[in-house]
Design a protein around this ligand. Structure first.
Ligand SMILES: Nc1ncnc2c1ncn2[C@@H]1O[C@H](COP(=O)(O)OP(=O)(O)O)[C@@H](O)[C@H]1O
Ligand SMILES: [Mg+2]
Length: 317
């Protein structure tokens, strides 16, 4: 994936009594193919951050670049920055540096077209099942591609491939989405996004409200999608999920990015200070180390890894 945030601020209801600065000076670069977790306490700005990536929200200041496309606050924004750079006497050196840095990102990029951006960045909201509306599962999943001008038959083909990816076989095709279980509905909604074949899939708390097994199956699905070449950005407050699945984690705290690192580095460096829990598996591994076991904690993502690390130190009988 290729995403850049440069000097991004986001304020809800600006210049009103309800004004609220949800994101402050966000700078972030995501280049390689990755499974990124976005974590932080409730209200830290996670949902706001991810909605800026597909242009659902526009920054109040700064820009977000997604491949060649640029999400900007408004049409005049870049022109105004140009003026700052061209008439430097009227502005502080900080303003000028910021303007130059933003313009540097903007160079050779175009202000986004909603459709092409949404095709690259698929977004699954929390409780996506509420967005289902077609009379059959196949029609619902094919709706996205149809909306992008794909012919009916081809769209249905894409829909069927996507349904297979989310583990729903042909017995579901002609059923009404409304008669499915919560977990199945959510799978249909996710298939609808996958049918657009996005490069980047954003998931905002996708396991919320699922039972533990349902959540595990859902995460395994995302793992497969990731291994299939789609980058994942997953908003979650479940640190066990972060430890198991993410290879990079972005920590938000009161609207600011505090860390971008690998999960183990985060848990080793007192994640509690950002109001984050510690994964159970990490605690177990740490207790074993305290008890004298030699374990390389950075190699552990799940219980299999832990078992392997433990058996390494065990003498052959
Ligand atoms: N539509 C809105 N109007 C005003 N404030 C909002 C709105 N949406 C979110 N906020 C506020 O912005 C902050 C960040 O929200 P959000 O990005 O949803 O956080 P998170 O997803 O991390 O829980 C919160 O304090 C929230 O109350
Ligand atoms: Mg949220």
């Amino acid at each position: 994936m290729q995403i850049k945030f440069k000097h991004v601020n986001f304020t809800y209801s600006p210049k009103s009594p309800f004004e609220y600065a949800a994101l402050k000076n966000i700078n972030l670069e995501l280049n390689k193919h990755q499974f990124l977790a976005v974590v932080g306490h409730t209200g830290s700005g996670k949902s706001t951050l991810v909605q800026l990536i597909n242009g659902l929200l526009l920054p109040t200041e700064g820009v977000v670049a997604v491949y060649d496309e640029l999400v900007v606050p408004n049409k005049k924004y870049l022109r105004n920055l140009d003026k700052i750079v061209k008439k430097p006497k009227k502005h502080s050196s900080e303003q000028i540096i910021k303007a130059k840095e933003i313009l540097e990102i903007a160079r050779n990029r175009n202000v986004f077209k909603v459709k092409s951006l949404r095709k690259k960045v698929g977004m699954v909201f929390q409780f996506p099942e509420y967005q289902l509306f077609e009379e059959t599962v196949v029609k619902d999943v094919a709706f996205g591609p149809r909306n992008f001008g794909v012919a009916k038959e081809e769209a249905e083909k894409l829909a069927k491939v996507s349904l297979e990816k989310v583990g729903l076989d042909e017995s579901y095709y002609e059923r009404s989405p409304f008669e499915l279980s919560g977990g199945e509905k959510r799978r249909v909604a996710i298939a609808g996004i996958l049918a657009l074949e996005p490069d980047i899939l954003i998931l905002d708390e996708p396991t919320a409200g699922l039972d533990p097994l349902g959540a595990k199956l859902m995460m395994e699905l995302f793992q497969r999608i990731y291994e299939g070449g789609t980058s994942i950005i997953l908003v979650t407050h479940d640190m066990d999920i972060v430890m198991r699945y993410a290879d990079n984690v972005c920590v938000l705290y009161e609207g600011e990015i505090k860390e971008v690192c690998d999960p183990i580095t985060l848990f080793t460096s007192e994640s509690e200070k950002y109001s984050l829990a510690t994964p159970v598996l990490y605690e177990v591994a740490q207790k074993l180390i305290d008890a004298g076991y030699e374990i390389d904690i950075s190699s552990i993502k799940n219980e299999k890894d832990l078992a392997k690390a433990l058996s390494k130190g065990r003498k052959e009988k």
